[in-house]
Design a protein around this ligand. Structure first.
Ligand SMILES: C[S@@+](CC[C@H](N)C(=O)[O-])C[C@H]1O[C@@H](n2cnc3c(N)ncnc32)[C@H](O)[C@@H]1O
Length: 380
């Protein structure tokens, strides 16, 4: 089967490597996705193990399409009864990039009507649409005149790992945090510090990465578990194998935040992964904090906007830059933020800038190596 694994813009190449290593199969890079020819085991494995995927889709049907009537006919002709049982609920969403079809919601609606009409004709009964938690979520994709129907094998997106039961304002998406740890080339050995950790997403993803913890282990359910041909024995074996592959976290990981509640939330979230984990958490103000270990990697996601607290955001970033420069020598510092004008106020020359999206918000990840003299880390 053709499997399509979706991710965020800028993460495609990392995802390709991850999926190749999981499946040992050739993987193609697409726009915000990668694809491969795989089997059921690959499908389950990617859902269970991928840190960088949002969801895993299975290609069901390809067709040429020119207009709305054509769309209705093509979708009606598809043998839906091979993919949806009479009593199963379903939903439809769409991804449209075509001059012939301008309203993507309308495309999803038309596809839904075509499916319903085929069922009504065959059984006399209407299958039930369920938006929130359907048995089957189908996606109709139209790119110019090429249409396809896909089935979402994941269900709720994979960033809903199950560990983040408590969040602060503006948390970073879990998949994005995992991708950032790869982009900054954290090797799971170098000490990692997040001095504005909020709900602890970077710390949790660091724990997952360094302990070889399959991120899907904490999820309650995947959509493929609800299918009539679900291979339970295969899935149980993969789960057992994943549990046996968890190892001890070797890197020192530290998280700080001024907000006591954030530290409490981080503690709870990390405990959801490992009850007695080694991450050191403390309520501290970054502007008074000194580095807990001589050199390491610092990842920071400062607030984008602190107007409510009566602080000037640009001054706040200026102070971050100054603190980094004077107190975090020998550190590779990375700052992730959606406030571009404030980032410029850090006053340090970045040697790398990467554009990423935290949901709809365009953000930058910038690298600020804080070295004295000629000392350089190999990765910079
Ligand atoms: C955008 S949030 C971080 C979100 C986090 N990455 C997550 O995924 O939950 C910014 C955090 O910086 C913290 N913060 C603000 N000023 C701080 C300071 N001076 N020292 C330490 N933490 C600070 C806030 O309390 C907030 O939790």
């Amino acid at each position: 089967m053709k499997i399509i694994v979706r991710t965020y813009a800028g993460v495609e190449e990392l995802l390709k490597k991850e999926i190749e290593s999981l499946t040992k199969k050739p993987v193609l890079v697409e726009r915000r996705a990668v694809s491969l020819d795989g089997n059921t085991e690959d499908l389950y494995k990617i859902n269970l193990w991928s840190r960088l995927a949002i969801d895993v889709l299975v290609h069901l049907y390809a067709f040429r399409v020119t207009d709305e009537d054509d769309l209705y006919n093509k979708v009606t002709n598809f043998k839906w009864e091979e993919h949806l049982l009479d009593d199963e609920t379903f939903s439809f969403s769409s991804i449209v990039n075509s001059n012939n079809f301008r309203h993507s919601q309308y495309v999803a609606l038309k596809a839904k009507d075509a499916l319903v009409d085929r069922f009504k004709k065959r059984t006399g009964k209407r299958p039930n649409v369920e938006r929130k938690n359907p048995d089957k979520h189908f996606i109709i994709r139209i790119s110019e005149k090429n249409g396809s129907i896909l089935w979402n094998s994941t269900g709720d997106p994979l960033f809903k790992r199950g560990y983040r039961t408590h969040t602060v304002e503006a948390p970073v998406n879990e998949v994005l945090a995992a991708a950032i740890l790869d982009l900054i080339e954290w090797d799971c050995k170098t000490p990692l510090i997040d001095p504005m950790c909020g709900s602890g997403t970077f710390l949790a993803e660091a724990l997952i990465k360094s302990c070889n913890y399959a991120p899907g282990l904490n999820r309650k359910q995947f959509a493929f578990e609800k299918t009539s041909d679900f291979k339970k024995e295969l899935w149980d074996n993969l789960i057992e194998e994943a549990k046996s592959l968890i190892n001890e976290c070797k890197a020192p990981i530290f998280g700080y935040d001024t907000d006591n509640e954030a530290i409490h939330f981080s503690t709870l979230n990390l405990e959801n992964i490992f009850p007695n984990n080694s991450v050191k958490l403390e309520s501290r103000d970054f502007f008074e904090l000194e580095k807990p270990i001589e050199d390491g990697l610092l990842i920071m996601n400062p607030p984008y906007d602190v107007r409510l607290k009566n602080i000037n955001i640009e001054e706040f970033y200026e102070n971050i830059g100054s603190r980094l420069k004077h107190f975090w020598e020998n550190y590779d510092a990375w700052v992730f933020s959606g406030n571009f004008s404030a980032l410029k106020k850090l006053g340090l020359k970045p040697n790398k800038k990467i554009i990423l999206f935290n949901g709809p918000l365009e953000c930058k990840l910038i690298h600020l190596p804080i070295y004295r003299g000629s000392k350089k880390r190999a990765s910079s």
